[in-house]
Design a protein around this ligand. Structure first.
Ligand code: SAM
Length: 293
């Protein structure tokens, strides 16, 4: 059964009386090459646990199940559960969980699954995350994975092209912002494939891109106080058009202290946050953590 074919999607919808929910970001993939590239991009093998976010009708789940030791697919829409039971019936290594990915403890799920599989005699060496993300919550999902320091080797996910560009952006451009810093802090992002609107049914309004985010063993920079580092990043980008001196004034430190800090770490106080590297933000945060500490 070619789950990616619009005819098959229509037939399944009819069989189960399923209606697409726009509000859940249900744009199903119809390009078999893209489906293969996502699973190949994650490099899923027999010894991997693959966690899929938002399986929909199961196109990616089906492909992942052919390569991975075990696949857990997390789907919020209850109406899709009987559909997935039907489309994935041939696979013994797939489990579907009817949950909101934003509410589930993914590290606990990974740990529990690896130990359960081990007790059944199946050695899985680690986890990989895949998905064609529901676009209305792309950033919350990514932030959840990053903030929980997800115990996975990589995250290979489809997102709006515009979000992918922000993630990949280097300092100096208008796409560079708090999301670029947050993702680049914990992962090394790279493009897997560009995906046009026509590769989905129904077609979304925007083009898409698949990114592979490989988790770093250590963060890209090592601030003394991680919370303070992210507070400075947030404050810096809160008013992008302002100088770093003015935008950091919202961080809770007096302006003269910020001016002294920028001077001490060698950053011109007329620069804007979008020109600052992760190391620059780290130097600023470390200056204040020395003061506080
Ligand atoms: N993987 C399928 C594909 O590529 O054809 C479907 C992708 S579709 C873009 C996003 C999927 O995420 C939908 O099935 C939707 O119901 C599901 N979803 C939306 N919000 C979710 C949430 N909070 N937690 C888990 N799944 C969610």
């Amino acid at each position: 059964m070619d789950l990616y074919s619009p005819q098959v999607i229509k037939a399944i919808k009819q069989k189960f009386g399923f209606k697409n929910s726009k509000s859940l970001g249900q744009n199903f993939l119809t390009d078999p090459d893209v489906i293969k590239e996502i699973v190949a991009g994650a490099g899923a093998t027999e010894t991997d646990l693959v966690i899929e976010i938002g399986p929909g009708f199961g196109v990616l789940t089906d492909e992942a199940a052919k390569h991975a030791g075990k696949v857990i697919a997390i789907e919020l829409d209850r109406d899709l559960i009987p559909v997935l039971d039907f489309t994935l019936a041939a696979h013994r290594n797939v489990e579907v969980i009817n949950e909101d990915v934003l509410k589930i403890d993914l590290n606990e799920l990974i740990e529990k699954t690896l130990s359960e599989e081990e007790s059944k005699g199946k050695q899985l060496t680690g986890a990989k995350i895949i998905g064609n993300l529901p676009y209305y919550i792309t950033t919350p999902i990514l932030m959840k994975l990053l903030e929980s320091d997800i115990k996975a080797e990589c995250i290979v996910v489809m997102m709006q092209k515009e979000v992918a560009e922000r993630i990949l952006a280097e300092p100096g451009g208008k796409e560079y912002g708090a999301l670029s810093v947050a993702v680049q802090y914990r992962t090394t992002p790279e493009t897997v494939v560009d995906v046009p609107k026509e590769s989905f049914f129904p077609a979304p309004k925007v083009d898409s891109q698949v990114l592979k985010l490989t988790m770093r063993t250590e963060p890209a920079v090592k601030p003394k106080d991680e919370d303070l580092f992210f507070r400075m990043v947030k404050a810096g980008f809160s008013q992008r058009r302002k100088t770093i001196l003015n935008s950091l004034s919202t961080s809770g430190f007096p302006k003269e202290e910020i001016a002294a800090c920028l001077d001490a770490v060698g950053i011109d106080n007329k620069r804007r946050a979008e020109t600052l590297s992760l190391q620059d933000f780290c130097s600023i945060a470390d200056y204040f953590s020395r003061k506080l500490g």
